[in-house]
Design a protein around this ligand. Sequence first.
Ligand code: MLT
Length: 412
Amino acid sequence: MSYINENFLKLQDSYLFSTIAKKVQKFTEENPDKKVIKLGIGDVTRPIIPECIKAMHKAVDEMGTQEGFRGYGPEQGYDFLRKAIVENDYKKRGINVEVDEIFISDGAKCDCGNIVDIFAKNNRVAITDPVYPVYIDTNVMSGRSGKFNKEKEIYENIVYLPVTSENNFKPELPREDVDLIYLCFPNNPTGTVLNKTDLKKWVNYAKEHRAVILYDSAYESFIGEKDVPHSIYEIDGAKDVAIEFRSFSKTAGFTGLRCGYVVIPKSVNGYTEKEEKVSLNKLWNRRTCTKFNGVSYVTQRAAEAIYTQEGQKQIKENIRYYMENAKIIKQGLEEAGFTVYGGINSPYVWLKVPDGISSWEFFDKLLQEVNVVGTPGSGFGPHGEGYFRLTAFGTYENTKEAIERIKNWNIR
Ligand code: MLT
């Protein structure tokens, strides 16, 4: 008999974005004449920049020659890309990260999900609420949660840290001891940010409690305001307590191509039951060598091309395009009378749904009455109830049209 991992039975029925996709598909089948505009999942619409395409063509041609052919690459990623990351994403910001502290992967979702492998089951996990569902689901799958409490809509044994307008979207430090802390800033889904003083509190907490911060900065390239940290390593002491996840998905349109990376400084430690220190970099390297054969050479050459002068110019233009959409959404919703957050340092706009209806009811109304798709806040956790997320990753034309429809909408 094959026994299953029963932790999977604790999970809620379906992954948020799959539920949304199913609802939208049903609506589209029943209403084939309606033009549905999707501002739900944060998937990009701009094509991959010419500089990356050029690099991929070159890499493909190389692979067809005896001298240029490459078989298995280093599991951790090619040094040409790791070095480009060290120089451009870190050194230029005055942060010292070493090449062997960077691990190239097929995306931040996989890294955020897989990282749980190197931590013991009995770690107490803290997540902000609302939250990107991957952090919580992967901890449930690996047995770090209790049952799902249907009434409270939370998993037992997980520490939820509310992030709402009441606390200005700044999570408070946990009152109890926690060991693993997930932070994502600019935040998905709320689009809000923390400043250095806010982040310093978390680094201090982690030091005091010998905890590890799992810092997702997938959206850092959308930061528009000065003084907003792009990396947790801008905070003194963070290199002893934090792992950072980065993605090329939103930055360079790699949602289909797949490439990201995780930074694990050699100074970040976990502990054995006997309280002996173990380098997490070493553990992750060990895991990577066994479970991963690296991202394709062609993809890594494409990622490297982002860091050329021309590549930087081209991706900045795409980011400007999306942030213009964010502005259209934010201003348009405000004109329509909504209270709106985010959208300044992030491609996500987080709006308060009108009193008296739930996030999912708002989702259904928006889809049925104006044919626009967004993401209900409660899908990201109980403190997302009463909110709704729209993404700026649509085309300019669709974004404008969606906002015009919402402005003219007589919500019933
Ligand atoms: C989102 O919409 O929250 C993200 O696009 C999902 C993801 O990056 O996996």
